[in-house]
Ligand binder design. Structure first.
Ligand SMILES: [Zn+2]
Length: 709
């Protein structure tokens, strides 16, 4: 359960986490980016201009708006009015700026690494060679489609159902993550997640997830609105164009059949809301169950090709989709499946192919789906690809330069204070029964907190990187990651493992592991700055920390005990109260309408919204505790409490293009940023800090304020 869906643009790297690609992705860089996103300043070393040096971005505030009417507009209105979204991004925000800054630094580090003659096979050499291979546009152009030819030839040679199953099994990769990063999308027919068994947290299990769509979600295929119908027409044209570029004849007719197959796959897909329901999804299947409950795919051949022939037990997260897709494998024409595989093979690696493929892919994935006008510069995509392939090698370089031990110690102290504040909150809950409180505190006591970077780094020695082979490198990197995950099966569970790279601007709760990761890159100004007043740090990074801690105790966290076992540890009464608060919050978010025809999905976003409310409350308490009974000094004309809330709202400032926002409302478990900023309306202290009165738009009567924790 991550903190945010970072901004960026849709560059489409097959080997990177595909939800990053579709949600629109992270580490891309723009030349300037420091302050206000005007795009005409050189990087300053800080990510938010005023905020980094002076504390709050006072110039970004719009004093013509009353805080009680629209807190986001008050805190960020002038910034929003004067900011332009960079042409190669679907959105712009503090997180976007930090992405830019971090990627710029990463690119410099990679360049430095590449300048030295590192020995062949060393990590430094791999990073330099991977990056350089991606940058070699002329070399990629000269090779044309040749690097993909073996794959396309194998698809062309498929002559029966068993060979088809082998080809499909061969595409399986470790590219999804249900509970941690909530990466639910893969364009391969299925995705694999290796994680601890939810019934027996001492061992790992393979989790199989639905996939196979070229567009972000089933809604894109099934929603009857004209807007979605238009996107479907453009998608068909895109499939045809990619096939044509690949030398396939009769591409329009084939594209129509590929689309129709995907539409049928979409029909059997589970919805996002169902997929986030752990109790519906923790389905344990034996190998025999696949034959009995999902006939169609010759499973023996499928699993053998996937390297899973020794696995006899799986968790099938969306059984209906596996059954439905398997039936389609049997009853749809083999020729259509071959066209489907051809299109997906090319689309999947489109970013490692010549310019015509990159541009066509961006036309659809970037322009149509997110409204982003321009493809980002090549070096930005190269950083992103290198991060995806060699994330912890790059991360190690990054933290050595940019995350000093003093910062790590300071953030660890903030985390300790927030855990202490959370413990006090648990004791003070009027509705929770004493035995449940004891269990909550026991769970809090063993929470595993990672700050900055993992204690031990991943070993990449089995990954071969060949200079001049961009596509092969990407394929080998994806396979390396897959095998790295497969080898965990049968090993004891490692709770210290990280699921995010240190150079990622995000944070995550691993609910089944009862662990948190706070990557170094989110721990920089304005989120965290040792030089800023404590109130601002608690309002910004403190809210991040509180958010992630509270995920251990939200609607999903309540399902996992201290050891990570799927075992509801709440009493019926506790759960009833919790559900009532959740329902209240669902209604609150359902009422938000960024467009007249589209509301926020309160149900889809409820876990994140609970974490926002609870995290803010815990951060506020920790901040008050840190004052030791005194009042914080007035800074920049704002009281300590005002600094806390403004700092929080300013980290959520965002401008986003309409298609991108619409996409996120369909697929993102997080509410749009403006409503996350406005969630302060559930906290009593905010009313006092800004003199908010009944009748103002955000005002909630005390009994309407949602108090979960
Ligand atoms: Zn979250």
């Amino acid at each position: 359960m991550s903190y945010c869906t970072p901004n960026g643009q849709n560059v489409g790297l097959a080997t990177m986490n595909l939800s990053r690609l579709i949600i629109s992705s992270l580490v891309t860089i723009l030349v300037a980016g420091a302050c206000a996103g005007t795009g005409n300043r050189a990087p300053t070393g800080s990510a938010a201009g005023d905020a980094a040096t002076d504390g709050l971005d006072v110039r970004g505030i719009d004093r013509s708006v009353a805080p009680g009417d629209d807190f986001n507009a008050f805190a960020n209105g002038t910034w929003i009015r004067t900011t332009e979204i960079p042409a190669d991004r679907s959105a712009w925000s503090v997180f976007g700026m930090l992405d830019e800054l971090t990627a710029r630094r990463t690119a410099d580090l990679i360049a430095e690494t590449g300048r030295t003659e590192a020995p062949l096979g060393s990590d430094a050499r791999k990073v330099g060679d991977y990056y350089a291979s991606f940058m070699d546009e002329a070399g990629i152009e000269a090779k044309g489609l040749a690097p993909l030819k073996p794959t396309l030839d194998r698809i062309a040679a498929i002559s029966d159902a068993t060979e088809l199953a082998r080809a499909l099994g061969g595409t399986l990769r470790a590219d999804v993550d249900v509970l941690n990063k909530t990466t639910l999308y893969t364009d391969n027919l299925f995705g694999l997640w290796v994680a601890q068994n939810l019934n027996d947290p001492q061992r790992y299990s393979p989790f199989l997830l639905q996939g196979g769509l070229g567009m972000p979600d089933r809604d894109y295929y099934l929603d009857p609105s004209q807007r979605m119908a238009d996107i479907r027409e453009k998608y068909k044209a895109h499939i045809s164009a990619m096939l044509k570029l690949s030398g396939v004849t009769d591409s329009d007719a084939r594209a129509a059949r590929v689309f129709e197959l995907e539409r049928r796959i979409a029909q059997v897909h589970s919805s996002r809301v169902d997929t986030s329901d752990v109790l519906k999804s923790n389905n344990h299947w034996s190998r025999q169950d696949f034959h009995d409950r999902a006939p169609g795919i010759p499973w023996q051949a499928f699993f053998a090709a996937a390297g899973l022939d020794k696995q006899y037990h799986f968790v099938v997260w969306q059984p209906g989709a596996v059954t439905g897709i398997s039936a389609l494998v049997r009853n749809q024409p083999l020729s259509t499946w071959k066209d489907y595989l051809t299109f997906h093979a090319v689309e999947h690696v489109g970013n490692f192919l010549p310019k015509a493929f990159v541009d066509e892919r961006f036309n659809f994935q970037g322009k149509v789906l997110t409204g982003t006008p321009a493809l980002s510069e090549r070096w930005k995509r190269a950083v992103e690809a290198t991060d995806a392939a060699l994330g912890e090698v790059v991360g190690k370089l990054y933290v050595a330069r940019y995350f000093p031990p003093a910062d790590k110690a300071r953030v660890e102290e903030l985390v300790r204070n927030e855990i202490a504040a959370f413990r006090v909150r648990i004791d003070g809950l009027p509705w929770m029964l004493p035995q449940t409180k004891e269990k909550a505190k026991a769970k809090l006591a063993v929470l595993q907190v990672g700050v900055g970077y993992p204690d031990k780094w991943r070993d990449y020695s089995a990954l071969e990187v060949v200079r001049g082979d961009a596509l092969g490198n990407a394929q080998r990197a994806a396979l390396f990651k897959y095998h790295w995950n497969l080898q965990k099966l049968g090993q004891p569970v490692d709770r210290s493992e990280w699921v995010m790279n240190p150079q990622l601007v995000n944070a995550v709760n691993l609910p089944a592991m009862n662990a948190l990761n706070f990557p170094a890159a989110i721990l920089q100004p304005p989120n965290f700055d040792p030089a800023r007043p404590a109130a601002m740090n608690y309002g910004a990074v403190g809210a991040v920390i509180g958010h992630e801690i509270s995920h251990s105790f939200d609607d999903q966290g309540a399902l996992f005990d201290a050891a990570g076992r799927l075992d509801n540890w709440w009493t019926e009464e506790d759960l009833a109260h919790f559900k009532a608060s959740s329902a209240q919050l669902i209604r609150q978010y359902d009422s938000y309408r960024p467009f007249p025809d589209l509301a926020v999905n309160g149900k889809l976003t409820v876990s994140e919204n609970i974490a926002d409310v609870a995290g803010r409350a815990a951060a506020y308490d920790a901040y008050r505790l840190s004052l030791g009974g005194k009042e914080a000094p007035v800074v920049q004309g704002f009281t300590g409490d005002q600094q806390f809330f403004l700092s929080f709202a300013q980290t959520f400032r965002q401008k986003i293009r309409e298609p991108a926002l619409r996409q996120r409302i369909v697929i993102d478990g997080h509410a749009p940023a403006q409503y996350r900023a406005d969630t302060v309306r559930n906290l009593d202290a905010w009313y006092d800090a800004f003199g908010v009165k009944a009748g103002q738009a955000l005002y909630l009567a005390p009994q309407e304020r949602v108090r979960v924790w």
